[in-house]
Write a protein that binds this ligand. Structure first.
Ligand SMILES: Nc1ncnc2c1ncn2[C@@H]1O[C@H](COP(=O)(O)OP(=O)(O)OP(=O)(O)O)[C@@H](O)[C@H]1O
Ligand SMILES: [Mg+2]
Length: 306
């Protein structure tokens, strides 16, 4: 089967004349995890709702393999909405089976898949419970199963990690990893930069309805490097504090983090100077964290607006 490609092209959406999403464009390839990131009110949920065809863009288009969104069958999509909520009186397995059949699974297949995921998410003992007997995180897990039980081509998850404990976050990540290996399209929104860093290949950072950063995570990290390095040895490296060409950021006797005063300076000369006095165990460029990049970009945009 050909790889799926989702294209969002020049999409706009306003509510009461206030823009929620402006000129949003991106492409997601099957097998890629795409992260929609940004502070509260940036436009992430609005963008997801447009991909889900819950709201229609004022302008622009959304295509899956060149086919307009409105022509696509609902069962190709799976969605974990921001507003969690399942029918409180429903019985877990019955409800999941029903969702599966709505998305074209046979009753039998829907039930088998539901039990398989309930087991995986440590929920098998709640198969016959009612939704209102479950904790908030448990209900979220059920809603997550409902979103992807039918193995959709595109899975859209609005803040999937919020409300889950660390163990459940790991299980969810594993399931998403497997989904991605099937070359499906996965789009998540999150405020948790560490999660985004761990699972996204491609990110789009929104702020105040506009895209302020978009691209492959690895390329973004490389571009935002701040010329910082870490050197480590088994013996003391204290002598490097006397080197005039560096600024020490963190000192730990056998481990130092530093920047070069002149960004254009070749680092090889420095490496030789250190090697002359100590065995180097580790020497590497410090990648900026996505958290730091996020904060920097948002602050830069706020300054530009002033
Ligand atoms: N149905 C609606 N009616 C009116 N305004 C809306 C509606 N939905 C969203 N908005 C506005 O659109 C903007 C973007 O909201 P959106 O929910 O997309 O943000 P978000 O990035 O998902 O934020 P959060 O991180 O808080 O979930 C906000 O200014 C919000 O007030
Ligand atoms: Mg939102």
């Amino acid at each position: 089967m050909a790889k799926n490609v989702l294209s969002v092209k020049g999409v706009y959406k306003s509510f009461f004349e206030k823009p929620a999403v402006e000129n949003l464009s991106f492409t997601v390839q099957g097998g890629e995890t795409f992260g929609l990131l940004g502070p509260n009110g940036a436009g992430k949920t609005t963008a997801m709702r447009m991909i889900m065809n819950i709201i229609v863009p004022d302008k622009g288009e959304i295509l899956l393999n060149d086919e307009p969104r409105k022509n696509l069958k609902a069962n190709r999509f799976g969605y974990l909405p921001e507003e969690r909520g399942l029918y409180p009186g429903a019985v877990v397995l019955e409800m999941l089976t029903y969702f599966g059949t709505l998305n074209n699974l046979s009753r039998r297949k829907a039930e088998v898949e539901a039990i398989r995921y309930l087991d995986r998410l440590g929920m098998v003992e709640y198969t016959d419970s009612r939704i209102n007997q479950l904790s908030k995180g448990m209900q979220q897990k059920i809603q997550f199963i409902a979103a992807f039980l039918h193995d959709p081509d595109i899975l859209i998850l609005d803040e999937p990690f919020t409300g889950l404990d660390p163990i459940n976050q790991i299980v969810l990540r594993e399931i998403l990893q497997e989904y991605k290996q099937k070359k499906r399209i996965l789009i998540i929104s999150t405020h948790q930069m560490e999660q985004a860093e761990n699972i996204c290949d491609h990110i789009c950072l929104l702020n105040q309805s506009r895209v302020i950063l978009d691209g492959k995570l690895s390329a973004i990290k490389k571009k935002n490097r701040e010329n910082a390095y870490i050197v480590e040895s088994d013996s003391s490296l204290e002598f490097i504090t006397s080197f005039s060409e560096i600024n020490i950021l963190e000192a730990g006797n056998t481990s130092y983090k530093f920047t070069l005063k002149d960004d254009k300076m070749a680092v090889t000369g420095l490496l030789k100077k250190i090697e002359a006095k100590a065995d180097i165990k580790k020497f590497e460029v410090v990648e900026p964290s996505l958290h730091d990049i996020f904060i920097k970009k948002i602050q830069e945009q706020s300054k530009d607006k002033e």
